[in-house]
Design a protein around this ligand. Structure first.
Ligand code: ASP
Ligand code: MG
Length: 271
């Protein structure tokens, strides 16, 4: 609902919305990966718990089972079948991780898309990020192929904006030349937004957080913190590389290359 409020307040622009997995879903999927290697029934149980948490959200939002929710169930079925077929020795842990863990972002974006279209009556296009962000096959830490990705944006994303002012896609996930899923590293959704901003020559990019912006320290660790109004790209890169968790370290560079401003805002107090 909060996402819906934020988008309604911004919808005078063309928007590309990047959504991550809900809550601790990625951690729960990481456990499913471990079990898939050693105890398949336990992996399927773990998956079932995630599916039922999604069903609870769908019920609470009173969403109809249509357009987006059937694909969501198909995502779960695909990953269940993937685990059933899995030979844990071959082709290895990192590949398996990526094929399973992408489910978190696929289902969260399908739920958000269902909510925005059914409850907010917004016309939007759901885009599978694996069709527009191409990486090499370094699983769990895909390296972006910028030429290919820029070309995919020209071919797919720009035309999609002619039909719909709002596009929604997944953070953190991409694919390689073999059409296999690849992830970009934990907390990689900020980086996805920066890749999209770069390829679209965005006017600006906003990261919506549960803190009021970039602070002088982590408020969970230190009491007396203040808000930093502005940072240069260089200062922001230094802060993130030295451990400030507010922004993923790879996020700044693509923005700096095209001089795209980054805003960090609070979804608790969007104004
Ligand atoms: N869902 C992924 C993670 O938890 C990506 C992200 O949150 O940005 O690492
Ligand atoms: Mg996350």
């Amino acid at each position: 609902r909060n996402v819906g409020n934020i988008i309604e307040a911004q919808k005078s622009h063309r928007l590309l919305i990047v959504v991550s997995a809900m809550g601790k879903t990625t951690n729960a999927l990481e456990e499913v990966v471990q079990w898939a290697m050693t105890d398949k029934p336990k992996a399927q149980e773990g998956l079932e718990r995630i599916r039922s948490a999604c069903q609870t959200v769908i019920r609470e939002l009173e969403l109809d089972q249509e357009q987006y929710l059937d694909p969501m169930n198909a995502c779960f079925t695909n990953v269940q079948e993937f685990i059933d077929r899995l030979d844990p020795q071959n082709p290895g842990y990192d590949y398996t991780y990526d094929q399973i863990v992408v489910t978190g972002e696929l289902v969260s974006t399908l739920i958000v898309a269902a909510y925005l279209s059914q409850k907010r009556k917004l016309k939007l296009h759901w885009q599978d990020a694996r069709e527009i962000i191409r990486t090499n096959s370094t699983h769990r830490e895909g390296q972006v192929n910028w030429n290919e990705t820029s070309w995919l944006f020209q071919k797919t994303v720009i035309p999609a904006f002619d039909k719909s002012e709002i596009l929604i896609t997944q953070g953190f996930i991409a694919s390689d030349d073999h059409q296999h899923s690849v992830t970009l590293g934990r907390e990689g959704s900020d980086y996805t937004a920066a890749i999209c901003s770069y390829c679209l020559d965005a006017e600006y990019m906003t990261i919506w957080k549960d803190v009021p912006g970039v602070l002088t320290a982590d408020p969970r660790l230190i009491g007396n913190v203040s808000l930093i109004d502005r940072l240069s790209y260089l200062e922001a890169i230094e802060m993130t590389y030295y451990g400030a968790q507010v922004i993923h370290p790879k996020t700044i560079k693509p923005l700096q290359n095209k001089n795209i401003p980054l805003k960090v805002k609070s979804f608790i107090d969007p104004e």
